[in-house]
Design a protein around this ligand. Structure first.
Ligand code: ATP
Length: 558
């Protein structure tokens, strides 16, 4: 098969727009940075991803596989609000600590996340030639620097001190080179970059803006939560201020007690929550990967502290397997265990499921984090709210009573704040990974772009085509379409389309990622068979029309 392996993000973005997967939000008004909408196919793709999570995490957790205790895994859902009492975010640490270091460009006024500057600089068109210019010679070639200013600087890096005040900066640069030489040292790339970004009158050396080359301020903490005001008040004060949630997880912790009191769940068990979260990201980028509004699917799995390490390993491994099961296979997907110095102070283990996106390659980007959070969150909410969020373990009590332990000792051992394992997935990043993984070019086909979604994820499940729009074929197609729609319509689109050549209709389905097309032709009218065409191989076979439903059942359900 003549496939090319390099995936171009531009080609993926363009297909997503053209076929209605993803649109820029508010596009007719010029768009809004960090926000994306889903078109018909994208909305269904994301629904399929969310439904699969819901099914495999809550309704039939881990495909019915037992947990490390040998018992079936038990989980229940909640659906909690985007706006909660502001104290929730004080207790969780988001008011005080949910900050990114931010730098502002003094020239173009854009904000940049301090830890993204290097990466963004590497992506800037003007940056590579500037660096190679420094690296290619053993002394600073001022003439080549001037050529660079003409070719790139004047257009793309207007804010750079070197471009704005060429003469003065070059003088300073030469003086520095001279000074270093006298001391027997060489100028480093870092020194060079700082010097050409820093205005001649500035006492402090500064970093360079990836947007215009201008000088950046020192990093300042920037809280990522969106603030809003609740109720019809004339004044907007701290008394009526609230935050849009930056994660769905806290909704689970603050309803933990209600779930315990109103259902028959017993430890160990999980509570799942899906929904929109907001983060006022300093530098939203890489398509939907880092957006300001995105959807999460989070589970908090509560267990006894002594069993928590086993559950951590169990969830970590299952989550990796789950992403593989919906089509992210091969070495584009990795499970990365955090190093001890990366861990939050309350965590004894955290792993990320990471995917190699075209824009992160050869590196990876996080799809989901699985964290052992200890009893941090419940303890925090217990302290801040005054509500008791501990658990009395009646099953353990019965065991200890049978062993004849004194009552005080039993009570001490059976009342505790559960430990928590949190698999926290991003559905938008997940959908983006599915899109990137599915995108394939096969130059041997007349229409080379194919979206190879796993059948469970494909937004269009099947298509039914009359070969020609006459001779009784449209009627047979309409009947089969209606049957398939009734049986599989809850899983996704069932398409039908009588127009254009059959090759063009197949190509449209390939681009949309429809796994199976059924075609009604003249033979159907005589022998009751249809052609089924496989998206991935393009191969066609004939099957009886009354076998189409079971053919799809075998391939789509579950
Ligand atoms: P990052 O380090 O990339 O900012 P994070 O570690 O802060 O992510 P978590 O707080 O663990 O992310 O959130 C859980 C999941 O939510 C992430 O794995 C990711 O899939 C998703 N997510 C977080 N921030 C964003 C965002 N700005 N846009 C899209 N998805 C996001």
């Amino acid at each position: 098969m003549a496939e090319t392996s390099i995936k171009s993000m531009d080609a993926i973005v363009s297909l997503c727009k053209r076929r209605g997967f993803i649109y820029p939000a508010s596009e007719i008004y010029g768009g809004i940075n960090g926000f994306w909408d889903y078109g018909p196919l994208g909305a269904q793709l994301k629904k399929n991803l969310r439904d699969a999570w819901w099914q495999d995490m809550i309704m039939n957790p881990c495909w019915g596989r037992p947990g490390p205790d040998g018992e079936p895994v038990r989980c229940v859902p909640v659906e909690t609000r985007i706006i909660q009492h502001p104290k929730v975010w004080e207790a969780s640490g988001h008011v005080g600590g949910f900050n990114d270091p931010m730098q502002t460009c003094r020239q173009c006024k854009k904000l940049v996340r301090a830890d993204h500057v290097d990466e963004m600089l590497r992506e800037a068109e003007w940056f590579g030639p500037l660096v190679s210019l420094f690296e290619s010679g053993d002394h600073l070639d001022i003439d080549r620097l001037r050529q660079w200013i003409k070719k790139y600087g004047a257009k793309q890096a207007k804010g750079m001190a070197l471009v704005r005040e060429q003469k003065k900066v070059l003088e300073l640069l030469l003086a520095l080179a001279e000074d270093l030489r006298n001391r027997g040292e060489e100028m480093t790339l870092h020194q060079f970059l700082q010097r050409i970004a820093t205005p001649p009158e500035s006492a402090q050396l500064c970093d360079m803006c990836p947007n215009c080359g201008g000088d950046l301020t020192a990093p300042r903490a920037f809280n990522l939560m969106f603030k809003t005001f609740v109720g019809a008040t004339t004044e907007q004060t701290d008394d009526n201020a609230a935050y849009l949630r930056p994660e769905t997880a806290q909704g689970i912790f603050i309803q933990f007690k209600n779930v315990l009191d109103t259902t028959r769940v017993k430890l160990p068990f999980g509570i799942g929550n899906t929904g929109i979260s907001f983060r006022n990201e300093v530098t939203p980028r890489n398509y939907t990967f880092r957006s300001r509004e995105f959807e999460q699917a989070e589970l908090e799995f509560f267990c006894h502290p002594d069993e928590s390490q086993d559950w951590y390993k169990f969830w970590r491994d299952f989550r990796m397997e789950w992403w593989q099961s919906i089509g992210l296979r091969g070495d584009n997907l990795v499970l990365r265990e955090h190093d001890p110095d990366e861990l939050s102070h309350y965590s004894t283990g955290t792993s990320d499921v990471e995917y190699r996106f075209p824009f992160t390659a050869p590196g990876f980007g996080e799809l989901e984090g699985i964290a052992h959070r200890g009893c941090f969150d419940l303890s925090q909410h217990q302290e801040h709210s005054g509500a008791k969020l501990d658990y009395f373990d009646t099953e353990r009590q019965a065991r200890l009573q049978a062993q004849g332990l004194p009552k005080d000792e039993i009570n001490k051992q059976c009342r505790y704040i559960p430990h928590c394992i949190e698999p926290a997935a991003g559905l938008d990043r997940g959908a983006l990974a599915l899109l990137c993984e599915a995108y394939t070019r096969d130059e041997s086909r007349p229409s080379p772009e194919i979206m190879r979604f796993h059948p469970r994820m494909a937004p269009i499940k099947a298509a039914v085509f009359p070969l020609v729009n006459k001779d009784g074929m449209p009627e047979v197609a309409a009947k089969l379409h209606a049957e398939l729609f009734k049986r599989f319509g809850h899983l996704g689109f069932i398409e039908t389309d009588p127009k254009q050549s059959i090759g063009k209709r197949y190509a449209r389905m390939d681009e949309a990622g429809c796994p199976y097309c059924f075609t009604i032709d003249s033979e159907t009218l005589t022998d009751q068979t249809v052609t089924v065409r496989d998206r991935d191989t393009g191969a066609q076979e004939r099957i009886a029309i009354d076998r189409v439903t079971s053919y799809l059942e075998e391939r789509l359900d579950g």
